[in-house]
Write a protein that binds this ligand. Structure first.
Ligand code: DGL
Length: 263
């Protein structure tokens, strides 16, 4: 049976996990998140690279992983070269879906919703230059939105009013929104309601799932009932009881801590 490690700073990677699991339920999944260093959108690049390399390498070794998904735009925009140099297995990253958004936008005006780090990274600027040079690209970098997704998975309702205030600058300006942070598909419906007017909301989850399928192939058996999908975090205790309830609904076992130092 193939084993896939999915990594993020928090619960965001679960949006990617859900897309992959829907297509490939017969693999074993290890979901790991570095909540001791959350949020990644406010971390120095060197720290982010060091932590991702450490946690991912440790789990690849421990669980004989076949493929790694860095289910975090903020990390993917900087750590992929180092990870690929250090590992011998495929590493799939996730980057903002600028290209499909530019293609779908009729007004040629798109909004990039991501973390404060991702909106200003060179990697993002290059994606915009390469795929959306005919579009006006508006950017909002928001850690608050990331926190709202974390809270939702711990049972707290998302405030539509607060979301609407964050999205207000884009009213009547964009017809397509790129969810350039894996946390945001978890609050996609709320984002649509808060935005109000019709808009295309695009994320990278399905493309990642297709990529994993292309690299690992279809699973041999479709029986997922006996497979234990594991979850690791890095903080010792981080409201895990509330989160474990959401994880259970996604066929993931209760969180075990790796206890990697807080930054
Ligand atoms: N889920 C992450 C992303 O896709 C990062 C959130 C954060 O820790 O700032 O960028």
């Amino acid at each position: 049976m193939k084993r896939v490690l999915i990594f993020d700073s928090g619960v965001g990677g679960l949006s990617v996990y859900q897309e992959i699991y829907a297509q490939l339920p017969g693999f074993q999944y290890i979901y790991a998140f570095d909540d001791a260093a959350f949020p990644y959108g406010e971390l120095l690049e060197s720290v982010l690279i060091e932590r991702t390399l450490h946690i991912v390498s440790l789990l690849v070794e421990r669980h004989s992983i076949d493929l790694v998904v860095i289910a975090c735009n903020t990390a993917s925009t900087v750590v992929l070269p180092s990870l690929r140099k250090n590992l011998t297995i495929p590493v799939v990253g996730v980057v903002p879906a600028i290209k499909p958004a530019a293609l779908i936008s009729k007004q040629k005006a798109i909004g990039l919703l991501a973390t404060p780090a991702t909106v200003k990274r060179d990697y993002t600027n290059k994606l915009v230059e390469q795929f959306a040079s005919d579009c006006e690209v508006f950017r909002i970098g928001s850690t608050r939105l990331v926190e709202m997704a974390e809270e939702k998975l711990r049972g707290k309702a998302v405030s539509i009013t607060e979301l609407a205030e964050i999205l207000h600058p884009w009213q009547d300006k964009v017809d397509s929104i790129v969810l350039g942070c894996t946390h945001f598909p978890l609050i996609k419906q709320e984002i649509a309601v808060a935005f109000g007017s019709p808009v295309h909301i695009i994320d990278s989850g399905l493309a990642i799932a297709n990529r994993v399928k292309a690299l690992l192939g279809e699973q041999a058996t479709a029986s997922s009932a006996s497979i234990l999908n594991l979850t690791y975090n890095s903080a010792a205790n981080n409201h895990v009881a509330a989160l474990n309830r959401s994880l259970q609904e996604m066929q993931l076992e209760a969180i075990q801590s790796l206890c990697y130092p807080k930054i």
